[in-house]
Write a protein that binds this ligand. Structure first.
Ligand code: G3P
Ligand code: MG
Length: 262
């Protein structure tokens, strides 16, 4: 007998890394651009600075999405987690994208919380640990999220590809909703999600079909998908009843015209 799924407070459409590719990913500027396109939920990637401050960065290194290489000087590490927040917060995380965003800083999780809470926006925090810091990142991000969103109507959805990071988040703040991210259906994925007490599975879109959707639903979990950038892909997933679509194409999909998932 399948378990009944719990009510789902999150909207169906989720802007990937804040605004997909229209603004520098994982910055507050990106969240603002996403919001200006009607998005009310944002996915972003969270890791820890050297001194344990959660901040947004997708890659292990700062090279692609900031001016770290010129700013930090030759010989210094470009790994994001090798620098304290006092250093990271001085970097330019916007010029790499376009001049319109020059000077945009890296975003701390605290700044994301202030912005999202003030506007009643929803957020999916993908725990993206610096290699070797999986458990510490899961624990610290969960602790900060619980404090920053204390008494918020809807908590952040914590997700990760990394099982130890999710285990640590579960141990630290079990009440925060968790989702297992999958880029492949590795053996035991559903059991792992069950033991993490996940509320959702977030799959590479190609992995969802009637069988995998039924397995997730049979375990009372919601179904989300990344990164959905083509209308035909979106329609296939909507027809399958997928609950959440994470997209770069905020200029293509208009969330206000989509009915929310129930
Ligand atoms: O959280 C969904 C998606 O963001 C996972 O892939 O590499 O864009 O973080 P990535
Ligand atoms: Mg991500």
């Amino acid at each position: 007998m399948p378990h009944p799924v719990k009510p789902w407070p999150y909207p169906r459409w989720i802007a990937h890394r804040g605004a997909g590719q229209l603004a520098p990913e994982n910055t507050l500027a990106a969240f603002r651009v996403g919001a200006s396109h009607g998005y009310r939920m944002f996915e972003c990637d969270v890791k820890l600075s050297l001194d344990g401050v959660p901040f947004l960065l997708h890659d292990d290194t700062l090279v692609r999405t900031s001016n770290a290489q010129e700013q930090l000087g030759a010989g210094l590490s470009t790994v994001g987690g090798d620098h304290p927040w006092a250093t990271l917060s001085q970097l330019d995380a916007g010029s790499w994208h376009s001049r319109a965003f020059a000077g945009e800083p890296l975003a701390s999780l605290a700044a994301v919380a202030r912005f999202c809470r003030a506007n009643a926006y929803f957020v999916n925090l993908e725990i993206k640990p610096t290699p070797g810091l999986e458990r510490q990142t899961g624990q610290v991000v969960a602790e900060h999220a619980a404090r920053l969103w204390a008494d918020a109507g809807v908590p952040p959805l914590l997700s990760s590809f990394d099982v130890p990071a999710l285990e640590a988040a579960q141990g630290a703040q079990p009440q925060l909703p968790r989702a297992l991210l999958l880029d492949a259906l590795w053996s035991g994925w559903l059991e792992a999600a069950r033991s993490l007490d996940c509320v959702a599975i977030v799959c590479d879109q190609l992995l969802w079909d009637p069988s995998t959707v039924a397995q997730a639903r049979g375990a009372a979990m919601r179904t989300l998908s990344y990164t959905v950038n083509e209308p035909a892909q979106a329609q296939r997933l909507i027809d399958l009843g997928i609950d959440g679509l994470i997209t770069d194409r905020i200029d293509c999909f208009a969330p206000a015209r989509q009915p929310p998932a129930n």
